[in-house]
Structures are given as C-alpha cells and as structure tokens.
Design a protein around this ligand. Structure first.
Ligand code: SAH
Length: 248
C-alpha cells in the first residue's frame, strides 16, 4: 500500500493548456515576466500561448494577497472550470529545513504534499484531512527536472500558519519534509478531485528550523529574502515550463 492517499494522473506528453497557480502577486510578477506572460485586463489572469496565470488576488477589505489553502482552492477551482487545463503547475515560496541541507533561495521540486496541521482521530477522515498526495512527475522525471533546475526532490507540506508548532516540527523531522508552504496541499486536493496532473516548484524564503530554534522569525526572513528567492524561481520558470511543454 502506498503511503499517500491520492496519486495524481501522470504528466501529459504535450499539454495544450497549462494553469500556473501562484499565491502572491509579488511572487507572480517576476515569474510572469520571465515567461513573457501579460497581465490580463480582467484581474489576476494573463495568457501567453498555452500558459494561464492564476493568482487569487488581494482581498478587497483587508487589502493583502489572499494566501492560504481556502483561497487557493477557490481560485484554482474557478480557473479550472473556465479554462479546462490539462496540467496545473504551482510555483511559490516556502519555508525550508536547514536540517535537510536547504538554504535561502534553494529550490524544492515537490514529490508529494500533505496538510501537516490536520489532526483527525477518525479512520478515513484522518486520511481525507491529511490529503497526502503524490504529485504527477514519475521518479525519473522528478530526477531529470531536479537536475535541470538545480532543485531538491521531496515532501513539500502545507498548513494554514507561517510558523510551526513543536508537534509539527516532530512530524517534519519524521517525514523528512523539505519545504513548508500554505497552498500546495489544497492545490493537490483540487487536482485529485478533478483528476488533473500537478507539478510544483518551491523557492525557500526562510528556514523553519532556525526560526523555531529562536533564530530569525519566518515572517522577517520571508520579507528579507522574497525578492532574491523569487528571482531564483523566475530563472527556473522557463526551464521548468519548457520541459513540461515537451519542447526540449
Ligand atoms: N505577505 C506576508 C507574508 C506571507 S508569507 C508578508 O509580507 O509578511 C506566506 C506565503 O509564503 C504563503 O503563500 C506561503 O505559501 C509562503 N511561505 C513562505 N514561507 C513559509 C513558511 N515558513 N511557512 C508557510 N508558508 C510559507
């Protein structure tokens, strides 16, 4: 029995319509620029060839980007209904784990994801809440992409918080988590329900274990490293998308 609950469909050899999901406008701008995507007239979408950018956008009341799993599910489900993609790609920032050898601006290609803050002591419901999902690229494709991108391959886990609890830190160590974000497991759950393939590349803005041990807090490291990490993601984006489009 595999150790994940959902296994996403394999990558299409030549996808026709790719949805690129990015949680924050500040993350999306350099990546969209590197890919030559134009910002669309109607908010939060832009199109170039077969790549469509999906960004949940700023909340009209609070005025900040709608980060987190709920808005990721909302924006992605809507975009899928309208655009009918045959591949979903997620790029964005994440906390990384120094104990796993990661540093600021390093890249992590997700092999699998889950909600690390889901705790439900009921059979079946525990698996649904945890939503442990194997992403689409085969082991061989993950290795080839990781070599091309200079990325590590492994578990990128999601939750609703930027910081981490002691219990979550123990889980991260046990599962050898490489990266921690706030959207990927939600995106993967939508893809599992819609039977859509998914690839995700994360860039490290902060070190979770350093912050938890009393070092620079995640939110401060995030702000300090955001531009540098997004530049690294933007550099990787054309390489990733070219490979996924079967053009190399
Ligand atoms: N906008 C805020 C911080 C948002 S950080 C500010 O400027 O301070 C949260 C975003 O970055 C989420 O979209 C999440 O996916 C990602 N992220 C980066 N580091 C993270 C971490 N250590 N834990 C969880 N999410 C992280």
């Amino acid at each position: 029995m595999p150790d994940w609950t959902h296994e996403l469909p394999p990558l299409p050899a030549r996808p026709a319509r790719i949805l690129l999901f990015i949680a924050m406008a500040g993350e999306a701008a350099p990546i969209a620029h590197a890919l030559g995507l134009r910002q669309g007239a109607s908010a939060n979408t832009s199109t170039s060839a077969s790549i469509e950018l999906v960004v949940p956008g700023a909340d009209p009341i609070v005025g900040v980007d709608r980060i987190g799993p709920a808005y990721a599910s909302w924006a992605l489900t809507r975009a899928i209904a309208v655009r009918r993609p045959d591949l979903v790609v997620n790029m964005g920032t994440a906390g990384g784990f120094a104990a796993q050898g990661l540093g600021i601006a390093d890249l992590v290609l997700a092999r699998d994801t889950m909600f690390h803050d889901a705790r439900v002591a009921l059979p079946g419901f525990d698996a649904i809440a945890r939503a442990h999902t194997r992403l689409s690229p085969s082991d061989a494709t993950l290795d080839a992409l990781a070599t091309a991108l200079g990325a590590r391959v492994g578990l990128a886990s999601s939750g609703s918080s930027l910081d981490a609890t002691d219990g979550e830190m123990a889980l991260f160590a046990r599962t050898r988590t490489l990266a921690k974000d706030m959207e990927l497991a939600a995106i993967a759950s939508v893809c599992a329900a819609e039977r859509l393939p998914l690839v995700s590349l994360k860039g490290v803005t902060d070190l979770v274990d350093h912050a938890h041990a009393g070092g620079e807090p995640a939110h401060e490291a995030f702000v300090r490293n955001l531009a540098r990490t997004c530049a690294r993601l933007a550099e990787a984006a054309p390489v990733l998308l070219t490979a996924l489009r079967g053009e190399d």
